[in-house]
Design a protein around this ligand. Structure first.
Ligand SMILES: C[S@@+](CC[C@H](N)C(=O)[O-])C[C@H]1O[C@@H](n2cnc3c(N)ncnc32)[C@H](O)[C@@H]1O
Length: 218
């Protein structure tokens, strides 16, 4: 029995499907050599997990986010939480992934959950799609392949409004991502108007807020 995470039974049923698939994937991958796992990574959910999902949802609702950007749809696990937030705060989610078949699966799951109307899926390279965009993003989840973190961050940064929030996943685990996450931390530290903090939840989350020194929010 999975702990209830959603008040809406349809969304809870979809969450439970994800949890069951995740357990199967854990069993399958526990003995897989690292190289084989890397070759097969597109098969797996690789989700942020329920704790981070709940955190993201609360953050987006608290921020009264109008536009939520997700970089890395995968099969839709984190999208489910973000879409539930969008439903509750009158916002919308733009979710980007380069793999169309993953987004097709995510779309079907969101439809089952009754949350598809809150999500616009965009398929393509995250850096290029963000750079082409003239939108501002109130809450951003950065969760694509880690070698793209700095490029994505640089594309997102000018599109974060004052008070806008960036959540970057996998800042602690897996260990193999640490060179990339260290580079992201350095890129964040180089901006004078960002406040940032590493949170020990899930695989390690960096919470970064655009908050200028002369902001009247301080
Ligand atoms: C860790 S998974 C995302 C997991 C998802 N956020 C969740 O919690 O369920 C990373 C995703 O980034 C996508 N990705 C990798 N490179 C990309 C790129 N250049 N542009 C867009 N998406 C990309 C992969 O296809 C993969 O689905």
């Amino acid at each position: 029995m999975t702990d209830p995470q959603f008040t809406n039974p349809a969304a809870q049923a979809v969450f439970e499907q994800y949890q069951a698939r995740l357990q199967q994937e854990r069993d399958l991958t526990s003995d897989l050599p690292r190289a084989s796992f890397g070759d097969r990574r597109d098969e797996f959910l690789l989700p942020v997990g329920a704790e981070v999902g709940n955190f993201l949802r609360a953050l987006a609702i608290g921020r009264e986010a109008r536009t939520i950007l997700e970089l890395g749809t995968s099969y839709g696990f984190s999208t489910l939480f973000l879409a539930d937030a969008a439903r509750q705060c009158g916002g919308r989610v733009i979710s980007i992934d380069s793999e169309a078949h993953k987004q097709d699966h995510a779309r079907a799951m969101l439809e089952q959950a009754g949350l598809a109307e809150y999500v616009e899926f965009r398929c393509g390279d995250a850096v290029a799609l963000v750079e082409q965009s003239d939108e501002q993003f109130d809450v951003v989840l950065l969760d694509i392949w880690k070698n793209l973190y700095v490029a994505c961050f640089e594309a997102v940064y000018p599109r974060l409004p004052e008070g806008g929030v960036l959540v970057s996943d996998n800042m602690i685990y897996p260990e193999g991502a640490r060179e990339a996450t260290r580079a992201l931390r350095q890129a964040i530290a180089a901006k004078p108007d960002l406040q940032t903090s590493l949170l020990m939840m899930g695989s390690g989350v960096e919470l970064t807020v655009k908050w200028s020194p002369d902001s009247d929010m301080l």
